[in-house]
Design a protein around this ligand. Structure first.
Ligand SMILES: *Cc1c(COP(=O)(O)O)cnc(C)c1O
Length: 393
């Protein structure tokens, strides 16, 4: 199957009881066992049935099978949020005394999990600029267990070479490579094809696409996903609820066509911003001026619909833009059908110190833009009129 067909048909069946065209929402916490012998089987690892919705339920399972098919992995497990998925994968992979490596630009709360929560459990980390894969080799230690990649990264769209980093990580035994593929989505990149062992997503973004749920997924081998379900999901309890899973399934039906338009619109918006006198710099991997353009061309089918821009006139200039757009919503999320704008320093990356932010090019006059599916002429006109209100020499 090619991509569009896969998005619609893979990993999903007809409801066996009613033959409903669209799978029902299995709104139940528990499942009746036919007999005592089934109860004895029920808790064995890898049991294919449904017993209690904290570890697996049909709405979750159908969604996970589809996502595994889109990410070219054996299996997947869906979670209550993207961070739920990232916590699940990292708790599974790391024990006290272990070390892991992650990139210097990652989603704000991922940074918080890695630098404030995991250290409490005796897990050490090294933050590296992954634009040079050799930096990952330099950071390897005998106790390194996970290398965590986010590409393109939030919010500066820095891209890293998944293949090169995975090869370096795998040169040492016992290291699992995890990639957050939220920004690229499987429409643009399949990290598993490039050597990443595990792929995580915030389904809240493009995969759902409509801003109606918070959800996440961990994709990987059958064995890894099974161990994520039990004991980790079983005990951490970051389970996706049936209605949320069902909503993501509905959103996914239009995922491929949405992505086409998202990426097409984003390229035009990025070009417009790059030529605008009130804009200092645009961060979009589709632009030849972006330092990651070559890597992006190598591992992305198109360049996604996220970008950041440094606005002239400092923080005040950025605020004028955000306060005066009419179509763009001022909101922290991304990947929805409607266009959004936010201020990374005080919103998504408020958890980092100003020094840490500036060191990785998250500047105070920087806005992050999620380009939606509106007519691109309207989006450009909206940005233009708001930018024109900035008073700057
Ligand atoms: C939003 C996001 C997350 C976190 O996902 P939630 O669903 O909000 O928990 C993780 N990584 C990236 C790149 C994101 O954009």
């Amino acid at each position: 199957m090619k991509f569009n067909t896969k998005v619609i048909h893979e990993g999903q069946g007809v409801d066996p009881v009613t033959l409903a065209h669209v799978s029902p929402i299995y709104q139940t916490s528990t499942y009746i066992l036919p007999d005592y012998a089934a109860a004895v089987e029920a808790n064995k690892p890898g049991d294919p049935g449904f017993h209690y919705s904290r570890t697996k339920h049909p709405s979750e399972y159908e969604l996970s099978c589809k996502l595994a098919a889109l990410e070219l992995t054996e299996a997947a497990v869906s979670c209550a949020s993207g961070l739920g998925a990232i916590s699940l994968a990292s708790m599974n992979l790391l024990s006290s005394g272990d070390h892991f490596i992650f990139g210097d630009v990652v989603y704000g709360c991922t940074h918080t999990l890695f630098t404030k929560v995991l250290p409490k459990f005796g897990v050490e980390h090294t933050i590296v600029d992954m634009k040079d894969p050799e930096a990952v080799r330099q950071a390897l230690r005998p106790n390194t267990k996970m290398v965590y990649i986010e590409t393109p990264s939030n919010p500066t769209l820095k891209c890293v070479d998944i293949r090169a980093i995975a090869d370096i990580a795998h040169s040492q035994e016992g290291i699992t490579v995890v990639t957050d593929n939220t920004f690229a989505t499987p429409f643009n990149t399949n990290p598993a094809e490039l050597g990443s062992d595990v792929v995580v997503h915030s389904l809240t973004k493009y995969l759902c696409g409509h801003g109606t749920v918070v959800a996440g997924v961990v994709c990987g081998t059958k064995e890894f996903v099974q161990s994520c379900r039990a004991p980790y999901l079983q005990t951490l309890g970051s389970t996706i609820d049936p209605f949320a899973a069902w909503l993501v399934m509905q959103g996914l039906k239009t995922f491929a066509v949405r992505m086409e338009r998202h990426c097409e619109n984003a390229m035009k918006v990025a070009e417009f911003l790059e030529g605008h006198p009130k804009v200092e710099r645009v961060y979009y991997p589709g632009l030849a001026s972006h330092p990651s353009h070559e890597i992006a061309k190598k591992q992305m089918r198109s360049f996604g619909a996220m970008m950041s821009a440094d606005i002239k006139g400092g923080m005040e200039g950025a605020a004028t833009l955000m306060d005066n757009v009419r179509i763009f919503g001022l909101a922290t999320s991304l990947g929805t059908v409607d266009s959004l704008i936010q201020h990374s320093p005080v919103m998504s990356h408020a958890g980092m110190t100003p020094e840490a932010r500036h060191a990785v090019e998250i500047y105070d006059n920087q806005v992050r833009i999620s380009v939606g599916l509106e007519d691109v002429e309207d989006l450009i006109e909206d940005l233009d009129q708001a930018l024109s209100l900035i008073r700057h020499a």
